[in-house]
Design a protein around this ligand. Sequence first.
Ligand code: 13P
Ligand code: SF4
Length: 314
Amino acid sequence: MDNQTLIENIKRLKKEKNAIILGHYYQIDEIQQLSDYIGDSLALAEQSRKVDCDIIVFCGVHFMAETAKILNPSKKVLLPDMSAGCSLADSCPADAFAKFKANYPDHIVISYINCSAEIKALSDLICTSGNAEKLVRALPEDQKIIFAPDRNLGGYINRVTGRNMVLWNGACEVHDALVPETIDRYRQQYPEAKVIAHPECNDAVLQKADYVGSTKGMLTYVKNTDVKQFIVATETGIVYQMRNENPDKQFIIVNNDSKCSCNDCKHMKLNTLEKLYSCLNTEQPEILMDSELIEKAKAPIVKMLEMSKSLNLI
Ligand code: 13P
Ligand code: SF4
């Protein structure tokens, strides 16, 4: 089937099956265009709790679809490619994390949403890159905290808040690979541009950024400034929305190596139009979860959504 026929069939099946497509900003352009709702992890979690439909097709990675199932277990949740994982979630196995946590009995656990349901079940509060700093600031100053699984996001929050959270040593293979020398090279080439970076980048890169924020945070930042040129240190997919919303501005994606597509998250890019069509057609692959695990993993996510609401973040 050619792309146009696939797109028509996806639209038809969506209607026939009362399905909603939720898409992350890192999806390929065609999937972003077909999504009923596009967002960052925080907005997508909130949407998946609210949507009124029979089927949620989650165009993102496994932990995101799993979060949708946890928040809305009566819906059928589909992920176009079940092997769309996340290096950051994989860097924190539940058995090893449980042993780590046992060393800090007087600490609470805040986990970044990029983790498995088993890690969520071991956590007191979930956060996303869009709310992590504000949630941590909202906790009492003497509260001892373990932060998992991203050492870069956790380290960034420690730096900006002055906290001393204990960090699990995990990282995202896409963001952590960026190096400060590359940022310097781009700055020389585009001296007028502002550098914007996702907090999953390592500290040496973040120290060079004019703005650090989640995908949604970066979109808001570029929209609300008169600056016309941006050096973007994150995954490539975000540039589609940036260009759509700001046709008069220029976005230059930071890449360590001009010959590779190193900033494409290979997991996010596993979802294709063909797989989206096939999953709507066959209603497979489906996220299936144990109800006890759903209940345990749900509490810290709901806590995050409630705190985010009271802080006016959603
Ligand atoms: P956001 O929370 O900004 O959507 O980030 C998700 C992600 O996987 C970044 O790598
Ligand atoms: Fe995971 Fe990194 Fe891909 Fe985000 S970009 S889904 S953190 S591997």
